[in-house]
Design a protein around this ligand. Structure first.
Ligand code: ADP
Ligand code: MG
Length: 353
């Protein structure tokens, strides 16, 4: 693979050591109804060659977090605080010009709906080749050859012919592949995948996940993978972050979090989703209530109004004190380690099978 994109000087790391390091990120939107605390003090790290999965119900701040990393927010309505280091470079204070350079080059994003990334008015090939030309200064011919190579890599048959097709001439699965080709053409060191396969049928989904893994092996990219499908997470991610109401409530390796979850919200999520390889007719237990409004989140632990175990914590701490998330393998919850273990073994594990 050519690495024409890697000729820029990389500034010496100034921030924490991880390749992508998000520190105490806060994103607030001013709306007519008030301030929406979409992301409320979130920290995580991702190393090169590793995949961080992020799970959480709809509205928990997953997409806003990831849009903020690539600086896609209209700063007129969003207030962003905290630090985001990508390869040592701090992004929160970066100019639009610097971010523009990073997007598509050092970092790229794939979405659930490829039509948000592909314009109907240009051929697929042109849309894949242009960013490459822009970021690398390659000639038109070189960029075309490289785009065809990428189309081939993502499994588009007859890539040289399909290069000239418009997005509507592609099937949904092929458009998704084309968007992945577009995201990966500059060998991004960071790939953010936001529910990239949710809209696809199971077979195409499996092919695309395999493809992302192969490409990660080849390029050593760091991946942030957002999904609410725990089967996909188990297959794709090394580490897992569980988000609730704009905060991380649990963190650990995928194995640890899926096999010995420690937070009542994670227990609820796992009990409400089909087991990996389980019977599709098995009874699921939905989490009672619904996610809170981020306009006016609950006091203390944002999950406490829905938590079945808050009575086991004394002094009203769950509604009064916000639990913190310690570093490493941890959950942000006031239950003691012993209580968590007993509840998990007696009540949760039997449900998960
Ligand atoms: P997720 O991806 O986890 O489903 P999002 O990150 O999209 O959730 O949204 C988190 C919260 O931020 C939601 O309450 C959503 O309504 C709010 N939000 C997202 N974008 C905006 C915006 N541009 N203006 C106001 N609120 C927003
Ligand atoms: Mg989302």
């Amino acid at each position: 693979m050519t690495t024409l994109t890697k000729t820029e000087d990389t500034p010496a790391p100034t921030g924490p050591g991880a390749f992508l390091s998000v520190r105490d990120l806060r994103v607030r939107f001013s709306t007519e109804d008030g301030i929406v605390n979409a992301v409320d003090g979130l920290s995580f790290d991702v190393e090169r060659g590793k995949t961080l999965g992020i799970v959480g119900e709809s509205g928990s701040g997953k997409s806003v977090t990831n849009l903020t990393i690539l600086g896609l927010h209209n700063s007129k309505t969003a207030a962003v605080d905290g630090e985001i280091y990508l390869d040592g470079k701090e992004l929160v204070g970066s100019s639009e010009k610097d971010l523009e350079k990073i997007r598509g080059n050092k970092a790229a994003m794939i979405f659930q709906d490829p039509l948000t990334a592909l314009s109907p008015y240009y051929t697929v090939g042109r849309q894949i080749a242009e960013p490459y030309r822009k970021h690398t200064g390659a000639s038109k011919k070189e960029a075309k050859a490289r785009a065809i190579e990428m189309l081939d890599k993502v499994g588009i048959p007859q890539p040289a012919t399909r290069f000239n097709d418009y997005p509507h001439q592609f099937s949904g699965g092929m458009r998704q592949r084309a968007m992945i080709a577009m995201a990966l053409i500059c060998d991004p060191d960071l790939l953010i995948a936001d529910e990239p396969t949710t809209a696809l049928d199971v077979t195409v989904q499996a092919q695309i996940l395999d493809l992302l893994k192969d490409l990660q092996q080849e390029f050593g990219s760091a991946i942030v993978f957002i999904t609410h499908d725990l089967g996909v997470i188990a297959n794709m991610a090394d580490d897992l972050l569980v988000m609730y109401a704009g905060r991380a409530v649990e963190r650990g390796s995928v194995r640890e979090v899926l096999h010995t979850p420690k937070h009542p919200y994670t227990w609820g999520l796992l009990s409400s989703m089909p087991r990996l390889g389980g019977d599709i007719n098995e009874a699921l237990t939905p989490i009672p209530g619904s996610p809170p409004s981020l306009l006016n989140p609950p006091s203390g632990c944002a999950f406490h109004p829905r938590c079945a175990f808050k009575d086991q914590v004394s002094d009203g701490r769950c509604s009064g004190d916000r639990p913190t998330l310690p570093s490493g393998r941890a959950a942000a919850c006031h239950l003691t380690a012993e209580q968590k273990q007993t509840i998990f073994i007696d009540q949760i594990k039997p449900r998960l099978g």
